[in-house]
Design a protein. Structure first.
Length: 149
């Protein structure tokens, strides 16, 4: 991913995203970096941006929600981060937004694929926010939970 671009899905009809003027300006400053992450944007005037493409890896997630989250992240930075820092931060953010959510049903095949792919991540023991991705329960822990000991 560091050496290439992400697969993108051009939007048949660009989606307008209303932002305040400062947010729109910050996003337009980072247009090239955003395009490298699959988020194509164009200025539509005022605080409105047109979202023209979307990263395929986010699947069915809302393109507007992803762009707003990325812009919100950019606004929290005191100064514009380096390209590599921005890339890492935005990929972490995008990973969070493409994650399986609570109560989201998965097929047995999808579950098996996630477990098989887990070891491909560098830091697969926790998410980008530091939360664990797996927990280990001993037999004693399980028996205690079911009040067997």
């Amino acid at each position: 991913m560091r050496t290439g671009t992400l697969d993108t899905q051009p939007l048949l009809i660009p989606e307008p995203v209303e932002l305040n003027a400062e947010q729109a300006a910050r996003a337009l400053e980072q247009r090239e970096a955003l395009a490298g992450l699959g988020l194509g944007i164009e200025d539509f005037g005022g605080g409105t941006l047109l979202l023209t493409s979307y990263p395929v890896l986010l699947g069915q997630r809302s393109p507007q929600t992803a762009l707003r989250a990325v812009v919100d992240h950019l606004m929290t930075q005191d100064r514009v981060p380096s390209r590599e820092v921005l890339f890492n931060d935005l990929l972490s953010l995008m990973a969070c937004h493409s994650a399986v959510r609570a109560n989201e049903r998965l097929s047995p095949e999808d579950m098996a694929a996630l477990v098989a792919q887990r070891d491909l991540a560098e830091a697969h023991h926790h998410c980008p926010h530091g939360r664990p991705t797996a927990l280990l329960f001993s037999r004693h822990d399980l028996e205690r939970q079911f009040r067997r000991v």
